[in-house]
Design a protein around this ligand. Structure first.
Ligand SMILES: Nc1nc2c([nH]c(=O)n2[C@@H]2O[C@H](COP(=O)(O)OP(=O)(O)OP(=O)(O)O)[C@@H](O)[C@H]2O)c(=O)[nH]1
Ligand SMILES: [Mg+2]
Length: 321
């Protein structure tokens, strides 16, 4: 049997007043009845940007400036009857009043209200990508556990990351759990979401946390998602096999690196942006670049297809955020 050819699909995330434009796919088409982002097949000779301008015009009447489209994520998905590559771009500068020009219902929704079950299966990583921030802040190790809570509180209040990972290698489980409780309080005070670092039982100790970040040595022991869907699951990955495993575990996002050499992992050489980009291109999951990054690296990371940057140095040591 000849393999089914992959269809390149241009998918548009149109923002206006903090909401995103969503259509309902007609009942009779592929994945009919489900919600979707406007878009469609890239035709021969077209760039993805040109396809988006055309599709969004045809489907909604909105006018898009191709130069103001920013990449969100690329998702390869096999539906069994169809293989698609969803090439997803966002814009906040569409002009006009949208209407369902192909008879489809359209609506503006809050990103936080987008639910996996309402969309085709390939959209799961897109919804994750839209809900996640550009920066994933990781704490430095808690050298002096008694000084840590105050240090964390201050860094959070000054930099207000949306999502913060409490990572403190070398602590006993008991001390980690105690400090995690403090971290949760500190995160609440700065409207940040707290991710725990370690094995799944940690979430039972602190069920109010937003999610769990599995180091690779933990992730490799599981063959299916080890925590409930209501939590965020993150995994530290370093190569293709680990990314594929994270996808199998239905992780919500991953970190990938080290992109550059970093003092928290002495001796590990960086993989560089080129290799990072290659790995991201094969990933159907939001990927944060990690390892020796500074705030300005966000542009390089985004150009390489990343969700954003993760790390300690750019917020913890006070050199800007
Ligand atoms: N537009 C769009 N297509 C999606 C999304 N998610 C997803 O899996 N797809 C899949 O991408 C494929 C192509 O999209 P499409 O049906 O909009 O293509 P199109 O506008 O060119 O339609 P046409 O075939 O009537 O010309 C379909 O198999 C569809 O199921 C999404 O969020 N938006
Ligand atoms: Mg379409």
């Amino acid at each position: 049997m000849t393999p089914v050819q992959e269809i390149h699909v241009a998918v548009g995330v149109v923002f206006r007043d903090g909401k995103v434009l969503i259509a309902r796919r007609p009942d009779h088409v592929h994945q009919g009845g489900l919600l979707e982002f406007p878009g469609g097949k890239v035709e021969t000779g077209e760039t993805v940007q040109q396809a988006l301008v055309r599709e969004i015009r045809e489907e909604t009447g909105l006018r898009i400036n191709p130069d103001l489209l920013e990449p969100v994520i690329g998702v390869r998905h096999d539906y069994g009857d169809k293989r698609v590559f969803l090439d997803v771009w966002e814009t906040s500068s569409a002009e006009g009043d949208p209407e369902g020009r192909e008879g489809q219902a359209i609506q503006w929704l809050d990103v936080q209200d987008l639910a996996d079950v309402d969309f085709p299966a390939a959209n799961r990583p897109i919804i994750r990508a839209l809900k996640l921030p550009r920066r994933y802040a990781i704490t430095g190790s808690a050298g002096d556990p008694s000084a840590f809570p105050e240090q964390l509180r201050q860094r959070l209040l000054e930099t207000r990351p949306q999502v913060c990972l409490f990572r403190a290698p070398g602590l006993s489980d008991e001390v980690y759990e105690r400090l995690a409780g403090w971290s949760l309080e500190a995160c609440r005070a700065s409207d940040s979401l707290l991710m725990l670092h370690g094995a799944p039982p940690l979430l039972e100790c602190l069920p109010q946390a937003t999610g769990l970040h599995l180091p690779w040595r933990e992730a490799r022991q599981f063959s299916s998602r080890p925590i409930p869907e209501g939590y965020l699951l993150a995994i530290s990955c370093h190569d293709e096999e680990e990314i594929a495993h994270a996808e199998q575990l239905q992780a919500d996002f991953i970190t990938l690196g080290p992109v550059k050499p970093t003092s928290s992992h002495p001796g590990a050489p960086g993989i560089g942006w080129e290799r990072f980009q290659e790995l991201v291109a094969g990933a159907a999951i939001p990927v944060y670049a990690l390892g020796g990054l500074v705030p300005d690296d966000i542009l390089a990371a985004r150009q390489a297809g990343a969700q954003g940057i993760a790390g300690i140095g750019f917020w913890w040591s006070g050199n800007g955020y």
